[in-house]
Design a protein around this ligand. Structure first.
Ligand SMILES: Cc1ncc(COP(=O)(O)O)c(C=O)c1O
Length: 445
């Protein structure tokens, strides 16, 4: 990156401004842009726009770039694969990278049960198919998902999602047989209790739920993000995920871990669920699996994955050769560069800094996270916890002006989440945290 324009720049520059005007003429306005810039190139944890301005990336393509932008071995693998073969459709004529990647995924997936894989294109497609596997295997239809969940934007995944605006409002009717329960969002506990004195009402609630709402015999699966991502990086207490698994086992309900955002090293483990020592029946993966190439997958216990008849599941592009080759190299790159350990180190640096900031800025109501998946929740008052949505947007905008791209989350839009590439250097990380702190100072005076 040639130039670092960190301060006092006016964005967008002339080339981005012109492109923005062109975009507005022809791209549906629902496809919004939280910054007004167009990116030309990127490397590691740095982005460069078409006007030559550099930005530190603290959002990683929304959790897609744990291995950084354009890691060389991944770029080489994509180029080599493109020279040989771009597409056949795996369901007609097959190719090795699909199988090689599936072998790798079953070897690293948590738990000792034999596993199988299906590859697809997006996180939503992986979730849709996980539900199909679960329904085919159990011959039941009901699905439980959680408040504050995000599982995608297709009809079923939007139904499973729990943030009304902007994801659901005006897009109904929704898919049937989806039941929502509160999640373990301790900072805003649904039952107004506090952990650990609460006795885990959020788990106890299930007995009543099964009596009052739906019988467990009609539930095929429960789908849960080990750490709720879009919902605001909500990390459950240690008893929660094992408790959910026990409920699933008691009633013959399949446990689906949606690892689309938490996966691939972000939390210091390859799969976040490993932090809780739970073996899911099905796992959905996407985002950082292939360093930005569109790829997703479902990894599940072999007997569940073999429940649909041949031809019952699939898709034209799923497990495209370029994406599979990229994923095989991405996983190797993460292993060889110890990015899981690096996630823990980054997490410690960021947490320590945020705790110091919280002493100065009571607007930081909660700091939470695991590994390098860290967020702050901003409130107008630490006692009333009224969400500080506007301040959150102002701080994100102030960061951008200083050269740091960071994004929000949370059902109230008052969370700032951090998803920096795990290849970020200590120097860039410190610079980014300085910018974040300066932005708090600017907005809060
Ligand atoms: C947990 C989770 N599941 C599913 C999805 C949907 O993925 P995609 O946007 O690739 O369809 C996302 C996207 O953010 C996600 O965070």
């Amino acid at each position: 990156m040639s130039k670092h324009n960190y301060a006092n720049d006016q964005y967008p520059g002339p080339k981005s401004a012109e492109l923005l005007q062109r975009k507005q003429q022809v791209v549906a306005r629902g496809i919004s842009n939280s910054t007004p810039i167009f990116i030309d190139s990127a490397s590691g944890a740095m982005l460069q726009d078409v006007d030559g301005n550099s930005f530190i990336d603290f959002y990683g393509g929304i959790g897609v770039l744990n291995a950084g932008h354009c890691p060389k071995p991944v770029v080489n693998a994509i180029c080599e694969q493109a020279e040989k073969l771009i597409h056949t459709c795996f369901m007609v004529t097959m190719y090795e990278p699909y199988v090689t990647l599936a072998e790798k995924l079953v070897s690293i997936a948590p738990g000792s049960s034999p596993k199988k894989v299906m590859l697809a294109n997006s996180g939503a497609e992986a979730v849709e198919n996980a539900i199909k596997f679960a329904r085919a295997a159990t011959k039941k239809s009901g699905i439980i998902s959680f408040e504050c969940a995000f599982h995608g934007r297709t009809l079923l995944t939007m139904t499973l999602t729990s943030k009304v605006k902007p994801y659901k409002h005006g897009f109904g009717p929704f898919a049937p047989e989806v039941y929502k329960v509160p999640s373990a969002y301790c900072y805003r506990c649904y039952y107004k209790s506090s952990y650990p004195q609460c006795g885990m009402h959020c788990l106890e609630k299930f007995e009543r739920f099964f009596a009052a709402e739906v019988s467990p015999e009609s539930i095929a699966a429960l789908i849960v993000e080990p750490v709720q991502g879009e919902g605001g990086f909500i990390v459950p207490p240690k008893e929660y995920l094992p408790g959910l698994k026990a409920i699933c086992e008691k009633y013959g309900i399949l446990f689906i871990a949606d690892e689309v955002q938490t996966g691939f090293g972000r939390t210091g483990k390859m799969f976040a669920i490993e932090n809780w020592n739970v073996e899911p029946d099905l796992i959905t993966v996407a985002k950082s699996i292939a360093a930005g190439m569109p790829l997703s997958g479902i990894i599940g216990k072999a007997e569940i994955m073999d429940a649909p008849e041949p031809g019952n599941v699939g898709g034209t592009y799923g497990g495209n050769p370029l994406s599979c080759s990229a994923a095989v190299e991405t996983i190797k790159f993460m292993e060889e560069n110890n990015l899981l350990d690096r996630a823990v180190v980054i997490g410690d640096i960021v947490m320590n800094r945020l705790k110091l900031m919280q002493e100065k800025y009571p607007v930081i109501g909660d700091i939470r996270g695991i590994g390098a998946m860290i967020a702050v929740e901003l409130v107008k008052n630490p006692v009333s916890k009224e969400p500080a949505k506007e301040i959150t947007s102002q701080i994100i905008a102030a960061c951008f002006k200083r050269g740091l791209i960071i994004i929000g989350a949370g059902i109230f839009g008052n969370v700032i989440r951090m998803l920096m590439p795990l290849v970020i250097t200590d120097e860039t990380l410190t610079k980014a945290l300085d910018i974040l702190e300066d932005s708090f100072a600017e907005v809060l005076g």
